[in-house]
Ligand binder design. Structure first.
Ligand SMILES: [Mn+2]
Length: 425
């Protein structure tokens, strides 16, 4: 991987090779998959999937489902599932139900963004969190196969356990570039697709499940798919022909009021407080806005990308990076979590983050990105804990804050290596 020369601003394509490109996926407003070619202003259109190839995919999926009739499958989502993942998994579950396949939709992390929580609550979306305790109590031998939707297992902490339990990967449906060689029975991996929801909608439209606007569950699932599709295409602004066609089909079934209710979800006070901290602490240099927000509860993790979304709206700012130390009580670990948002077309978040933070001892990058958005997670290992000692916690935060700033400023103002704390504005 080191052979890949990373030039932070040249805007060339860097196909993600590690497992962290989807960190920022939980933020629904942002961007398309990592493989989107850059430098075209985001307007290039990939022609829709040819009908013949879609037809053969649909047939292959039908045959796969038929072979597993009556079985139980585990649908694994990324740790912080976004609307595209949640909705697509639900559509798969409804399709599989026709073959008497029972699907359990699970994720290992948490739902943190208020819109995602609202989506799950308002639509009764059947996804469950499996913490480490749930896993210990679960008998995985019930499941004859696992299904990966909107990921390839690399951003999914449940994946290693499923592999240990020797559950085969039956189906992969995703729009990220191929990340690992999973050898599933059925794969539809389309990096050219803007949303997995578009792929699933095409399946529905091709007849894998006949949607009925008289069936509440169908209406809710269509609404979730519409939300997933919109959020992965930046409210359809990056949508291509096939996404519009899928949205057009969904428009016959979805509930506009319900979608509106999901989008109207309010921010919690704690999210507002984190945004406030990011405003107070931000340092603006060379059109970059950088803000450390200190310690955060795990459930508020999503306040970080939301603060970055907000900071990038400031005049003369094209890129915002917000980070904090998040304590995961379940696993008792602390992680520096950060998000990047940019409106600069020639800045590739994936390259920028890989270049800024480098790799861990196993050669894994601490983060990556896709169009307009990126994220990173840096475990703090031995320095975890003892935050009840406020003097220590303060020093610890300052250390990480300074180190992250230095790494970022090295790229932002290459000649100006030193940290100028009083540059704050
Ligand atoms: Mn997606």
């Amino acid at each position: 991987m080191t052979s890949k020369s990373l030039q932070a601003f040249n805007g060339s394509i860097l196909v993600s090779e590690d497992n962290s490109d989807s960190r920022a996926e939980e933020v629904p407003e942002m961007g398309a998959p990592t493989t989107k070619p850059k430098g075209d202003g985001g307007n290039s259109q990939t022609p829709p999937e040819p009908e013949s190839s879609l037809k053969s995919k649909v047939e292959a999926l039908q045959q796969t489902l038929e072979r597993h009739r009556g079985e139980c499958q585990l649908v694994l989502l990324q740790d912080f599932p976004d609307p595209d993942a949640l909705a697509s998994a639900w559509a798969y579950q409804l399709i599989a139900k026709q073959y008497k396949i029972q699907c359990e939709i699970v994720y290992g992390g948490t739902l943190s963004h208020q819109e995602n929580i609202a989506l799950v609550k308002l639509t009764n979306l059947p996804a469950k969190r499996w913490g480490s305790q749930t896993l210990k109590d679960k008998d995985l031998s019930n499941y004859s196969g696992c299904v990966l939707i909107d990921s390839q297992g690399t951003t999914c902490r449940l994946m290693p356990l499923v592999q240990q339990a020797k559950i085969p990967v039956t189906v992969v449906i995703d729009h990220h570039s191929t990340q690992t060689d999973l050898k599933p029975e059925f794969a539809d991996i389309r990096p050219s697709a803007r949303a997995t929801a578009t792929i699933l909608t095409q399946y529905l439209q091709a007849g894998l499940l006949k949607l009925d606007s008289g069936v509440g569950e169908h209406v809710k699932c269509a609404t979730a798919l519409m939300h997933g599709l919109r959020s992965d295409t930046n409210r359809l602004m990056q949508a291509q022909e096939e996404d519009f066609l899928a949205a057009g089909y969904l428009s016959r079934f979805y509930d506009a009021q319900l979608l509106n209710a999901v989008l109207q979800a309010y921010r919690s006070k704690r999210v507002m407080d984190v945004i406030e901290r990011s405003l107070t602490n931000r340092l603006v240099q060379n059109n970059f806005s950088i803000a450390g927000v200190g310690f955060l509860r795990y459930d508020d993790r999503d306040a970080i990308p939301q603060a970055a979304d907000f900071l990038v709206t400031e005049e003369n700012v094209h890129t915002a990076v917000v980070y904090g130390i998040v304590h995961d009580e379940g696993e008792d670990v602390e992680v520096v979590i950060g998000s990047l948002r940019t409106t600069k077309i020639t800045l590739d978040p994936d390259e920028f983050i890989k270049e800024a933070f480098g790799q861990d001892s196993q050669g894994r990058f601490f983060g990556g990105g896709r169009m307009m958005a990126g994220g990173f997670e840096i475990p703090i290992g031995f320095l975890c804990g003892f935050n009840e000692n406020s003097e220590f916690a303060k020093k610890k935060w300052e250390l990480f804050d300074n180190q992250i700033k230095q790494k970022l400023l090295r790229l932002i103002s290459p000649k100006d290596n030193l940290l100028h704390q009083d540059n704050k504005r």
